[in-house]
Design a protein around this ligand. Structure first.
Ligand code: FAD
Ligand code: FES
Length: 257
């Protein structure tokens, strides 16, 4: 069955800074909200004209009723322009795009591993389906999400910070290994999203323990709908489009350099 994609002009309800790292933007759209699953994303046209020329991809952070939220960090010109938008202004938004996470891997305890722009889809996943753990890696305490943003996540949430200012000191992968040592690897399923280096390290650990999982392999995107072939990912089944065949891929499919 082909999934329907909508391109809507939406009115911004809220666009606020939630901590030193993230902004949260909310809008209402029944068509973009109702069938979205965690791991899917939206293509947002940020400027009125051709600046920036391409739409920018953002994961669904949360939907409730007709409301959609995204959580974003400022990386460049497009996200800076987005952060300057005010409630009442409009955006063109296309979605829901891509393939989301497996929601209920049979008989497995799920461990979610997030960093950077991987936090929003995994918080959404933990809100929709209970997981054993949600592990979040940040640089320091200033990037830790406010508790109010995580109150509906059905998982034990543990942090690692690189400077040790909150949670366990070190990388989130060290935290993951600590947890895995206490668990039966045969019963674990890992789902991850974040910087490529982090996901590669997560997959290496999963392979060492013989654990299955999925990664949201976010490539820079142009069209977002499978037409331009600008987002190709090397997989064991050949080159795939991150936007349309992913962004979520099974660990066993991904060819890690
Ligand atoms: C499927 C998908 C889901 C995403 N979800 C989110 C989200 O929920 N929240 C969020 O903040 N961001 C998310 N991103 C990343 C977001 O799309 C980029 O941050 C944004 O496009 C940057 O646009 P810009 O104009 O600000 O920066 P640009 O000027 O385009 O780039 C600025 C810098 O950011 C880097 N960059 C651009 N795209 C990415 C990317 N995909 N990953 C890592 N670095 C990038 C560039 O290489 C460059 O160094 C997602 C990306 C994908 C592909
Ligand atoms: S972004 Fe065009 S095919 Fe993926």
């Amino acid at each position: 069955m082909t999934k329907k994609i909508f391109d809507e002009k939406v009115k911004i309800l809220q666009n606020v800074k939630v901590n030193q790292k993230y902004y949260k933007l909310a809008f209402a759209s029944p068509l973009l909200a109702q069938k979205a699953v965690p791991g899917q994303f939206l293509q947002i046209k940020i400027g009125e004209g051709n600046d920036p020329y391409l739409r920018r991809p953002f994961s669904y952070y949360r939907t409730s009723g007709n409301k959609v939220e995204i959580l974003y960090e400022i990386l460049g010109r497009g996200t800076r322009m987005l952060s300057e938008k005010k409630a009442g202004e409009t955006l063109k938004v296309m979605g829901p795009l891509g393939k989301g996470f497996t929601l209920t891997p049979k008989g497995k305890k799920r461990v979610l591993v997030a960093g950077g722009v991987g936090v929003p889809p995994l918080v959404f996943l933990a809100e929709r389906h209970a997981a054993a753990y949600l592990l979040i890696g940040t640089k320091s305490k200033a990037e830790v999400m406010p508790k109010s943003e995580l109150k509906n996540a059905k998982a034990k949430i543990l942090y690692s910070t690189e400077d040790g200012s909150y949670g366990v000191k070190g990388r989130v992968t060290a935290l993951l290994e600590k947890i895995l040592k206490k668990e039966d690897p045969g019963k674990i399923f890992i789902q991850t999203c974040g910087p490529k280096k982090m996901m590669e390290a997560v997959i290496a650990i999963a392979r060492k323990y013989g654990i299955d999982g999925e990664a949201s392999w976010d490539e820079n995107m142009a069209c977002g709908v499978g037409a331009c072939l600008g987002c190709m990912v090397e997989t064991r089944s050949g080159r795939m489009r991150a936007c349309a065949d992913g962004p979520v891929f099974p660990f066993k499919e991904l060819v890690i350099p």
